[in-house]
Write a protein that binds this ligand. Structure first.
Ligand SMILES: [Zn+2]
Length: 272
């Protein structure tokens, strides 16, 4: 692991040169917990392995959680399989499985064993726009929750605040990571107020403002805040610098950039 430690330190020294005080930071891992990989049908874009690796080199990020774009995964499950195959070649990549919408199908497996977590995105709803509240009354939803509970892996969960509150009440103990501090499902401050005492609910920092990230860390603690970039919607460089320049102790920053996601996923560590 010496190589990656050296790399991280080098990058952090660069931050110091740029006037950012990080001289004592010495993290073995920096993990981006939210990156999209592959083609997006709706956006007409494509995130390549090469682009992710380029941003890793630029920032010193050692490992990356990768997941398919929602539209691509909803249309065809092949992207989940292709993504996993890519993570077998790229050891710095950590695979997440997109939880598709046919969850009432016999034999449906929301997060197969070889994946470290799942992505839930406006289930049968209008992506990034509106939740489908009929899901909450679906007779098959408790079965899906039961499966997720047994799998016991983190799920990046994106829905409106009211949907999220009702789901959390049904799915007590499920490890949910709300992306963007809740920004796409409502106001982050409302998410914080409503879910601050739900110990199994976490938040990722992607695209959020630094002030809001700090507010979350102060109220729910660094143990429940997780660094992510949401490539291609954000860049590793901008999103990581928001966390590394927070006025909090280095040990808290380390939880946010690696400790929490390692604890949640049970990832064992590999050389990138
Ligand atoms: Zn995303």
């Amino acid at each position: 692991m010496k190589g990656s430690l050296f790399k991280v330190n080098t990058i952090l020294n660069l931050y110091s040169i740029c006037g950012i005080n990080s001289s004592t930071m010495d993290f073995e891992y920096i993990i981006d917990s939210h990156t999209h990989w592959g083609p997006s049908i709706t956006l007409g874009t494509h995130v390549s392995t090469g682009e992710i690796k380029r941003q890793q080199v630029e920032t010193g990020i050692t490992h990356v959680v990768v997941m398919p774009f929602p539209s691509t995964a909803i249309e065809n499950n092949a992207i989940n399989t292709r993504l996993f195959a890519e993570t077998e070649k790229e050891k710095a990549f950590i695979p997440y499985h997109y939880i598709r919408e046919d969850y009432d199908r016999d034999g449906f497996d929301p997060v197969p064993e070889e994946y470290y977590g799942g992505k839930w995105h406006w289930m049968r709803g209008w992506q990034d726009t509106a939740s489908n509240y009929k899901i909450l009354n679906d007779k098959n939803l408790p079965g899906l929750i039961e499966k997720l509970r047994k799998i016991d892996k983190p799920v990046i969960f994106e829905e409106e605040l009211s949907f999220t509150e009702q789901f959390v009440a049904m799915a007590d103990g499920l490890k949910l990571i709300i992306p963007h501090l809740g920004m796409l499902g409502g106001n982050p401050v409302d998410f914080l107020r409503s879910l601050k005492n739900c110990e199994s609910v976490y938040f990722d920092t992607a695209l959020a403002s630094q002030d809001t990230i700090l507010r979350f860390v102060e109220i729910i603690g660094p143990e429940r805040v997780i660094f992510g970039s949401d490539i291609p919607f954000g860049t590793m460089k901008t999103e990581l610098s928001k966390v590394l320049t927070l006025s909090i102790p280095d040990k808290d920053k380390e939880l946010i950039v690696s400790g929490n996601i390692i604890r949640l996923t049970g990832w064992q560590g590999q050389c990138g």
